[in-house]
Write a protein of this length. Structure first.
Length: 200
């Protein structure tokens, strides 16, 4: 009989049965136990993983900050935020991309992407921050961006976004990105952060 299946049954007089397992069988059982232990450990690690918090905004049904599990894809994050709005451009971003903790995910409208395409920009993981996707990020057009899109820029909060819109209304379109320094509240420090992410 092969060693793997060799099990000897020994009965002592007046004693409980004693089972003797050969080395080959014991090895198989040990391997199975180790595999089961590893699976249990993997499950525990997954359950203990910290949740991600992602700000989903732009052309979605319910913009806001959402608590998501690690490994969540962009399309799932959009679904949590009420799904795509009717005017959303679903082809402009990679819906299969994984989100990252602290990410700001902006969903562009078809009008916004049309304007960006006219300026020679290409689709990718557009409108994200802290994504680490390695794809080219579309620049924000200071002359066409709305309040929410402007707020995707680092250092641009609600007040500065409103100031940019007000400047556009009163002074007309920006002729160069440096013109943003004429907007109240935007100084060199902010401009240095956003100069590579804006266009006119």
């Amino acid at each position: 009989m092969p060693a793997l299946f060799a099990v000897a049954f020994l009965m002592g007089c007046g004693k409980e049965p004693v089972y003797e397992i050969s080395a080959g069988t014991e090895s198989a059982f040990v391997q199975e136990r180790d595999s089961s232990s590893q699976e249990t450990e993997d499950i525990r690690e997954t359950q203990a993983a910290e949740p991600y918090y992602v700000y989903v905004c732009g052309a979605v049904g319910a913009p806001g900050v959402y608590r998501l599990a690690p490994g969540t894809r962009v399309y799932e994050a959009v679904a949590e935020a009420g799904g795509f709005a009717e005017n959303a451009d679903r082809e402009w971003l990679n819906q299969a991309e994984q989100v990252t903790d602290g990410q700001k995910l902006y969903i562009y409208s078809e009008e916004e992407t049309r304007q960006m395409e006219e300026s020679g920009q290409t689709a990718g993981m557009a409108g994200t921050q802290n994504g680490g996707s390695g794809q080219e990020q579309a620049k924000v057009n200071l002359n066409t961006a709305d309040r929410e899109l402007l707020m995707t820029l680092p250092g641009i909060g609600e007040a500065k976004a409103d100031a940019i819109l007000q400047y556009r209304t009163e002074k007309g379109p920006f002729s160069a990105i440096e013109d943003i320094l004429q907007v109240s509240g935007i100084k060199d420090a902010v401009f240095s952060k956003i100069k590579d992410q804006i266009t006119v």
